[in-house]
Design a protein around this ligand. Structure first.
Ligand SMILES: C[S@@+](CC[C@H](N)C(=O)[O-])C[C@H]1O[C@@H](n2cnc3c(N)ncnc32)[C@H](O)[C@@H]1O
Length: 327
C-alpha cells in the first residue's frame, strides 16, 4: 500500500510538472525538452533503473527520426525483461499464457515464444495478412508454442486468461484497449511500449513542423484517416473517443479532453507531450490496482498483492467477457 502510495505521488508530481511545462509552451525544442524531462521524471526513472537496470540510453532524443529507428533497441531490452520476469515467476502464475495484441507480423511474439518454451504465446492482430505473409516469407518454422488469432483489441475475443499482456508499439488508443484488456482479465503482468500518441481519442491531426519525423507522421495519418473511414475497428473505436481522455481520475482533476487532444496533436515532436499521455496511463493503471514502472515509453505493471491473492482470473471481467469464455 505504501509502495502504491509513493508510486502514485511520484507519477502525479511528474504529470503535473510536465503539464505545467506544456501550458507554458516549453515544448518541441529538443535540447530544452531533454533537460525538462530529466528534471520532472528523475524520481520515476530512478525507480525504473533500480528495478530494471540496463535501460538503453538513447543517442537520439525520442522525438526525432533517429529516435523512431531506435525503438527497436528498447524493444530488445523489454523482451529481455519479459523473458526473465516470466521465467522467474512461472510457478506463481495462474496460467502460462502470454498474449501479444497488435502483433503485426508477430516477430516479437515468435521471439518470446522461442525463449519461453514452457509458455503459450498468442499473437493477435485485426489484420491477419501481415502474419500470414511473414510466415510464408521466413524460412524458419514458427515455434510450436506460438499461435496467431485474428482479433480486434477493442472487442477482444481471445478466451484464454493471460498471465502477461505484452506489446511493442500499439498505436494510440490500441495501447489503452490492451491495458483495459489486461485489467479486465485480472492479468498479473503488463509489459509494453506505447507509440503513436498522436492517435489517441480518434485524432489524426498533428501540428505542422518542418522535420522529417513530422512529415512522416503526417503521411502515416493520411492512411490512418482512410482506415478510420473505411475499415471498421482498425486503429480507432468510439469507445476510445476524445471524451475518454484523460483516462485516470487523477489526470481528469487537472486536465480535460480538449487539452489532451491538443497534447496529442503536439506529441509527434515532443517527448513531454508523449510522457503526459503515458503518465495519465500510469495513473490509470495505479487506480486499477497495479504497481507500475515507467521510463521512455516502456511500461511494466504488475497486479498488486491483493489483486493476485484475491482476484482469480476472470473475476474482474464483465458479463460480456464471461459469455465469450463460456461460448
Ligand atoms: C503500425 S502497427 C504497430 C507496429 C509496431 N510498432 C511494430 O513495430 O511491430 C499497428 C498494428 O495494429 C493493428 N491494429 C489496428 N487496429 C487494430 C485493432 N482494433 N485490434 C488489433 N490490432 C489492430 C494493425 O493491423 C497493425 O498491424
Amino acid at each position: 500500500m505504501e509502495n502504491e502510495h509513493s508510486r502514485l505521488q511520484v507519477g502525479l508530481a511528474a504529470f503535473a510538472g510536465l503539464l505545467d511545462e506544456f501550458r507554458r509552451g516549453n515544448i518541441a525544442h529538443r535540447r530544452r525538452e531533454k533537460a525538462t524531462m530529466d528534471r520532472h521524471t528523475a524520481e520515476l526513472c530512478q525507480m525504473w533503473d533500480q528495478r530494471f537496470p540496463g535501460f538503453p540510453q538513447e543517442r537520439f532524443a525520442y522525438a526525432s527520426a533517429g529516435g523512431v529507428r531506435r525503438r527497436g533497441v528498447r524493444d530488445a531490452y523489454l523482451k529481455t525483461i519479459i523473458v526473465e520476469l516470466l521465467e522467474a515467476e512461472q510457478h506463481n502464475l495462474p496460467s502460462r499464457t502470454v498474449v501479444n495484441p497488435a502483433c503485426v507480423i508477430g516477430r516479437h511474439a515468435r521471439d518470446v515464444a522461442r525463449r519461453l518454451r514452457d509458455f503459450r504465446v498468442i499473437a493477435t492482430d485485426i489484420f491477419p495478412w501481415s502474419n500470414r505473409l511473414y510466415e510464408r516469407a521466413i524460412l524458419r518454422r514458427s515455434p510450436e508454442n506460438y499461435t496467431f488469432h485474428q482479433d480486434d483489441i477493442f472487442e477482444p475475443q481471445v478466451q484464454v486468461p493471460p498471465s502477461a499482456v505484452i506489446f511493442f508499439g500499439a498505436c494510440g488508443s490500441l495501447s489503452d484497449a490492451a491495458m483495459d484488456y489486461t485489467i479486465r482479465t485480472g492479468c498479473p503482468y503488463l509489459m509494453c511500449r506505447t507509440c503513436c500518441h498522436d492517435n489517441i481519442g480518434g485524432n489524426t491531426q498533428i501540428t505542422k513542423k518542418l522535420t522529417l519525423l513530422n512529415w512522416f507522421f503526417r503521411f502515416k495519418n493520411l492512411s490512418y484517416s482512410w482506415a478510420r473511414k473505411r475499415l471498421k475497428g482498425h486503429y480507432f473505436s468510439a469507445r476510445y473517443s476524445a471524451e475518454q481522455y484523460p483516462r485516470s481520475r487523477a489526470a481528469r482533476s487537472m486536465s480535460n479532453s480538449k487539452e489532451f487532444m491538443e497534447i496529442s496533436r503536439n506529441s509527434v515532436d515532443s517527448d513531454i507531450c508523449r510522457a503526459i499521455i503515458d503518465l495519465d496511463r500510469y495513473l490509470y493503471l495505479i487506480e486499477n490496482r497495479y504497481d507500475v514502472w515507467y521510463k521512455g515509453e516502456l511500461f511494466i505493471a504488475t497486479g498488486t498483492t491483493q489483486l493476485n491473492a484475491h482476484c482469480p482470473p476472470f473475476a474482474r471481467m464483465t458479463e460480456k467477457d464471461r459469455s465469450f469464455k463460456q461460448a
